[in-house]
Design a protein around this ligand. Structure first.
Ligand SMILES: [Zn+2]
Length: 328
């Protein structure tokens, strides 16, 4: 556990995913608050328990959990707190999430089924050759995901601009869709700090294209628009969902924008007059990525091509369920 600012500590929780550990933040004072929880694995549970014990707390002491978004590695353990507090104090921990991601917490199994549809469609429409198929079949993958989350039927949802009391002052919820539909940054103006979840990360992409519930809008464009929502606070620091704190987010946002411009350029350059599948183009844009990055590379490539199509730089046609792209 690392002390970051007075009253805020970071707890690094292991995850079974390539991203490595996830950051949860304990905000001391009243109400005792946790930002995100880690996935439901015995290793994560033990790490979280030990970190709280070191501060002389146990699970039942946490009064409020603010979730940055509805992904496994951030929500999986929330139910444990609710149960512990209900048993000890007779009232459950309050668990909060933006309404667009609420279904992930309230009923994760249903949410996972929707992810399965997105995932299957992505693999199929991208023309992935059989010998490159992911090791876990989609059904197996979803069952595995489900095992890492316990739903919280009593979770409560909020809209953009909701304000929460914490031990370091009020934090306001800024809705920043892109990484997921309900991604939220919790902003503490008093401390000039942003709990940014996976919306802004220090040295890795936020993967906005993987958000599957976006109603026809291109995930990457939604994400870039959301970056504008923090422009009035771009001198603030961010405490992200993975890796190290970001001191002053302005330069990070500039780098992120430049990275997307660069990816778009590479995507445009990879197009020819011949039909190419999204899979084939992803191999040109992202090179020799491994199987763990397949979904990500396909989802991003798909978004890049849709953006180029909207700018009249690409033509996309679907034949027998597979999308083919050509340059114009
Ligand atoms: Zn995430």
């Amino acid at each position: 556990m690392t002390n970051l600012i007075d009253g805020v500590s970071r707890i690094e929780i292991p995850t079974p995913f390539p991203v490595g550990s996830v950051n949860c933040y304990l905000i001391e004072g009243t109400p005792l608050t946790l930002i995100d929880t880690g996935p439901k694995t015995s290793k994560s549970l033990a790490t979280l328990q030990k970190a709280l014990q070191d501060k002389s707390y146990d699970f039942s002491d946490i009064e409020q959990i603010l979730l940055t978004h509805g992904h496994i590695d951030h929500i999986g353990l929330a139910a444990q707190f609710v149960r512990a507090r209900l048993q000890t104090h007779g009232n459950p921990t309050e668990v909060w999430i933006h309404q667009k991601d609420a279904s992930a917490v309230v009923n994760y199994d249903r949410y996972a089924e929707r992810y399965l549809e997105f995932y299957t469609e992505l693999i199929t429409s991208s023309g992935v050759p059989k010998n490159e198929f992911p090791m876990l079949p989609p059904k197996g993958l979803i069952e595995y995901f489900k095992s890492l989350v316990e739903s919280v039927p009593t979770a409560r949802s909020f809209n953009d601009g909701a304000v929460f009391k914490t031990g370091i002052g009020e934090v306001s919820a800024i809705w920043v869709p892109g990484h997921s539909s309900g991604s939220t940054c919790y902003v503490c103006d008093e401390k000039e700090v942003i709990f940014s979840g996976d919306f802004i990360l220090g040295d890795i992409s936020s993967n906005p294209s993987i958000s599957f519930d976006r109603n026809e809008k291109i995930g990457m464009l939604t994400y870039l628009e959301s970056l504008d929502r923090l422009s009035s606070r771009d001198n603030y620091s961010a405490l992200p969902g993975h890796r190290e704190p970001i001191i002053g987010i302005r330069s990070r946002i500039e780098v992120l924008r430049a990275e997307y411009d660069d990816k778009l350029r590479r995507a445009a350059q990879s197009l020819t007059r011949n039909h190419q599948t999204i899979y084939e183009l992803s191999r040109i844009i992202y090179g020799a990525y491994d199987v763990n990055s397949l979904t990500l590379a396909l989802a991003e490539s798909s978004d890049l091509l849709k953006i180029l199509e909207s700018r009249n730089q690409a033509r996309l046609v679907k034949q027998d369920g597979v999308v083919y792209a050509t340059g114009l």
